[in-house]
Design a protein around this ligand. Structure first.
Ligand code: PEP
Ligand code: MG
Length: 561
């Protein structure tokens, strides 16, 4: 059988059987009628049986799960017994509609009704639609959609993962993630790193791997080997030893010669922040506030926001917490801020730009941040996403001042911001490089698309030059402002060294990557990091930059990173 090569996005070497993520359930044809010879009573009974099987299956999974996953599964299980859903379907069946089509349409009406009720009820609309797919799959005798249920560990193979899939992904059962789609900065990659799971993305062809096939996954090299031999088995055993070596981070990022590089964490809410503090993060370098409100269709109140922010600040008393204002749009739509019908959402009204179309939301968010700051001991810095011009930076800075927030900053993630970092930085106190978006915009390559993964890497010399320009702009006459990195590039230990060599002052990443980055950073002096940065900048291609730098960092191979 053939082996597969993708892009390694989260290190680790493991062996396990494949479980394919089932394909999404297709919509039953509109107008589909009961098949001849089937009575409405029989079709209704069959539907009830399917719904009840779905309920029991979800309930059983909820009992085995914990935390968020348990709550999601319990809520979805209840929906499978919803009387409005089943009665609505029975009425349609009585009029001659097939049971698959009937439950499809009935669920759509229930979801719409819940959606119109707003608030908590609106959030349940997704559960109804999920349950409908499960019931239709059950009626068809297909595998249920979503993460497969299993009592034994497996390597999850999928086209790509949606953020919602993570709630039910049990890191105790999933050994590794392999996707045929997705790029190095896709959701799957971010999720895998935050869970500490080895992962390979953009591995074309893996969709054809049969369930049960044994594979070896090397999440650093991007390799998937079918029917692993002795070499792979030995590598997997060696990794378990390395993994325990990498479990600890002593809380101080430094080069071999003592140049301090604070290592910070990227978080989406209080739970992540508490975990990050436990893993030794020196502070928070990116608090993605939109993650607190992803399912909301109305703007959260100032008090509700302040509570959510305070939860994060409280985990880091006396430490730096960089909060990013809502970055809605593209792959993170927020119904109260973004327009789902835009033709090019990544180039649309997203991030800071939503202040143009929904004035007031940003002002109220800044008020909420100030309120939370007053009640906490954290050193709060606030930055705006998707800043493209010096005027935007100046306006954001004045809004922060009005709200009483003292340390305003910007994300540099649009090439125009990197190119004009000198003027932009003269308006604010700091910048943080969002290398995920900076790469997708510099290369004009959607960060979510697997086929563009080779373009979409921050190792691209063009991206590295934009990083250098940003650092130079920030250090220009009269500026002297710090520039950190909070994109996924900071979590790649080899690239982290290059970024430090380019003059970046802090690195922020998923907390799980802190130990690996710290371990590699402390093997080089600042001079060596600068030499490696020059080597990467001078490369002709991304691959060349990566392999030249990796060659000079033998510690990576020793640690399996
Ligand atoms: C980035 O673009 O690099 C970034 C950190 O922001 P996000 O991934 O949330 O777009
Ligand atoms: Mg971004």
């Amino acid at each position: 059988m053939q082996n597969f090569q993708g892009v390694g996005v989260s290190p680790g070497r493991v062996i396990g059987p494949v479980r394919q993520m089932p394909k999404p359930v297709s919509e039953p044809p509109s107008g589909e009628q009961l098949s001849s010879g089937t009575t409405a009573e029989e079709a209704t009974a069959e539907l009830k049986q399917a719904a009840s099987a779905v309920h029991d299956e979800l309930k059983a999974r909820a009992e085995r799960a914990s935390g968020d996953g348990k709550a999601v599964l319990e809520a979805t299980a209840l929906m499978a017994k919803d009387t409005m859903l089943l009665k609505g379907a029975a009425k349609l069946i009585a009029k001659g509609t097939s049971n698959q089509r009937a439950v499809w349409e009935s669920a759509a009406s229930v979801a719409e009704m819940l959606h119109n009720l707003g608030g908590y009820m609106a959030e349940r609309a997704t559960d109804v639609l999920d349950v409908r797919s499960r019931i239709v799959a059950q009626l068809r005798g297909q595998a249920a959609p979503g993460i497969p249920a299993s009592s034994t560990p497996f390597v999850l193979v999928a086209e790509d993962l949606a953020p919602a899939d993570t709630a039910t992904l049990d890191p105790g059962l999933v050994l590794a993630l392999v996707t045929s789609g997705g790029g190095p900065q896709s959701h799957t990659a971010i999720i895998a790193r935050s869970l500490g799971l080895p992962a390979v993305v953009a591995a074309r062809g893996v969709d054809d791997l049969p369930d049960g096939a044994e594979v070896y996954v090397d999440g650093a090299a991007g390799a998937v080997v079918v029917e692993p031999g002795e070499t792979e088995r030995a590598a997997a055993v060696a990794w378990t030893e390395t993994a325990s070596l990498l479990a600890d981070f002593d809380g101080q990022g430094t080069t071999a010669d003592g140049h301090l590089v604070p290592l910070l964490a990227n978080v989406g809410g209080a739970k992540d922040a508490v975990a990050a503090a436990g893993l030794g993060a020196e502070g928070i370098g990116l608090f993605r506030t939109e993650f607190c409100f992803l399912e909301r269709d109305s703007e959260p109140s100032v008090d509700e926001q302040a509570d959510a922010y305070l939860g994060v600040f409280a985990a880091f008393p006396g430490k730096k917490v960089v909060l990013r204002t809502l970055d809605a749009g593209a792959d993170k739509p927020l119904p109260f801020l973004t327009d789902a019908t835009e033709p090019n959402p990544a180039l649309g009204v997203r991030g800071y730009r939503t202040d143009l179309t929904s004035p007031g939301v940003l002002k109220r968010q800044l008020e909420a941040i100030a309120l939370a700051e007053q009640q906490s001991e954290a050193d709060v810095w606030v930055m705006a996403p998707m800043i493209s011009t010096a005027d935007e930076a100046a306006d954001f800075s004045s809004m922060c001042a009005e709200a009483g927030l003292k340390t305003p900053g910007v994300m540099v993630e649009v090439p125009s911001a990197a190119l004009t970092a000198d003027t932009i930085l003269s308006e604010v106190s700091f910048a943080s490089l969002g290398t995920n978006d900076l790469t997708q915009y510099a290369m004009a390559a959607d960060r979510q698309l697997g086929p563009l993964a080779a373009l979409n890497t921050p190792w691209q010399p063009a991206v590295l030059r934009l990083v250098r320009l940003s650092v130079e702009g920030a250090a220009a006459e009269g500026n002297s402002k710090p520039v950190g990195v909070c994109g996924e590039a900071a979590a790649d230990p080899a690239l982290a060294v290059v970024l430090v060599g380019l003059g970046v002052s802090t690195l922020s990443m998923t907390a799980r990557s802190l130990a690996a980055v710290a371990a590699v950073l402390k093997t080089v002096t600042l001079d060596q990091a600068q030499e490696l940065a020059q080597l990467a900048l001078a490369a002709r291609t991304a691959d060349e930059a990566r392999s030249r730098v990796r060659e000079k960092l033998p510690v990576l191979e020793e640690l399996g990173l």
